[in-house]
Ligand binder design. Structure first.
Ligand code: PLP
Length: 415
């Protein structure tokens, strides 16, 4: 970054510090990952300069030949990777992808039915403060109090009672496999459209370690920066009969010029995700999550649902210490270079800024090359820190150990 370091030392300094932060901490936030150097190169490229309003072969500007090629490449790769009939690769993020789907299929005031935010759903599935909750009538299914898992009978009952126009399946903090086929049956029974939001698990679906929603859903949305390990962005996939409505909802409905640098970076990430190594990666993400979950449970920490099927887990902090909350726990972990987030757990009595849980995910650690033996060690560190969260000396000592692991497993985009 020789140009930046000369022209803007202040911004360059911030970037250097962030690079250093990533190098010297272990990323356990389940929604984060480390994109490849190739993806970063495409993201920081000359495509930043281009206006390409419209779609390939139908643009409002001249000079779009290369933009057409880039966007078509991303579309073709998304369709091939997920087996989708149609793909729109212009949404700027996962939330805007969802909003575009609502706009394509619903009228304001229609009923949508998603997973309760406090049980692991996403704010774009009907939160009162979000566009989705302001313009649509949102009803929510919750998890079973006994199993903390989705109860498909309860989902069906609520669907029969509230007759939603759209059912949304997908979550941000749910550690188990989602039965998209069962959601598809319920949607068909009540005459609702089905939107499957695979923002968190897209990489697992691409890698073949989570069932695909594509055969069962009218719409599938995803982010591209979580397990899919691409640039920060979104994609919508749908059946052909929805193609036109989805495309016009994205542009001109919600967005102006597409971010062509993000779109070409999406194409790069989609190609990476279609290689056999990526299936190995996805399998290792899940194996690592199981290993970390086992290590924590061995020490007596209760996990929500008693384990994990995917890339993440939620620890119920009360299981070992009634007084420990997620805010304090995540702070103590961060002091030892282990970065995670506090998270409400199902039926959590504490407010969202405090919480009774922390969420851990393995996508970023796995990208660094960490495997089961490292998960076991990390699990022991987490246990020690959460057991002695006021012991600054111990936390600093573990922080030194974490730093050694960071050096042994460098972030691959910056080697
Ligand atoms: C992360 C996430 C999103 C939205 O992602 P942004 O890119 O942050 O807007 C949407 N849905 C689910 C389920 C998510 O986890």
């Amino acid at each position: 970054m020789t140009n930046l370091s000369h022209t803007d030392p202040e911004a360059f300094g911030i970037l250097q510090a962030e690079r250093n932060r990533q190098h010297t901490t272990l990323e356990l936030i389940a929604s984060e990952n480390h994109a490849s150097a190739a993806v970063l190169e495409a993201t920081g490229s000359v495509m930043t300069d281009k206006y390409a309003e419209g779609y390939p072969q139908r643009r409002y500007y001249q000079g779009c030949h290369e933009s057409d090629q880039a966007e078509q490449l991303a579309i073709d790769r998304a369709k091939a990777l997920f087996g989708a009939e149609h793909a729109n690769v212009q949404p700027h993020c996962g939330t805007s992808a969802n909003i575009a789907v609502y706009m394509a299929a619903l009228d304001p005031g229609d009923t949508i039915m998603g997973m309760d935010l406090s049980h692991g759903g996403h704010l774009s599935h009907g939160l009162k403060l979000n566009y989705s909750g302001i313009y649509y009538n949102a009803v929510f299914y919750t998890l079973s109090k006994d199993t903390e898992m989705l109860d498909m009978d309860a989902v069906r009952d609520l669907a029969l009672k509230s007759r939603p126009k759209m059912i949304i399946a997908g979550a941000s903090a749910y550690p188990r496999t989602i039965d998209f086929e069962a959601f598809g049956k319920i949607a068909a029974e009540v005459g609702a459209y089905l939107l499957c939001d695979i923002a968190h698990i897209a990489g697992l679906v691409a890698g073949g370690v989570h069932p695909s929603p594509v055969p069962h859903a009218d719409f599938v949305t995803t982010t591209t920066h979580k397990t899919l390990r691409g640039p920060r962005s979104g994609i919508i996939m749908c059946k052909n009969k929805w193609a036109k409505k989805v495309d016009s909802a994205v542009f001109p409905g919600l967005q102006g010029g597409p971010f062509m640098h993000q779109i070409i970076a999406k194409a790069v990430a989609l190609a990476e995700a279609s290689r056999p190594e990526f299936a190995d990666y996805a399998g290792q993400v899940v194996a690592n999550a199981k290993a970390l979950a086992d290590a924590l449970m061995e020490k007596g920490w209760r996990l929500v649902t008693g384990g994990t099927d995917n890339h993440m887990m939620l620890v119920d902090l009360r299981s070992r210490d009634e007084n420990l909350n997620g805010h304090v726990a995540s702070g103590a972990l961060a002091a030892a270079r282990l970065v995670a987030n506090k998270n409400v757990i199902p039926f959590d009595p504490r407010p969202p800024m405090q919480t009774s849980g922390v969420r851990f995910g393995t996508p970023a650690l796995t990208t660094r090359g960490a495997k089961e033996p490292e998960m076991k060690i990390i699990g022991q560190w987490i246990d020690q820190i959460l057991t002695n969260y006021e012991d600054k000396t111990l936390i600093a000592r573990i922080g030194d150990e974490v730093l050694k692991m960071c050096e042994a497993f460098p972030v691959p985009n910056q080697k």
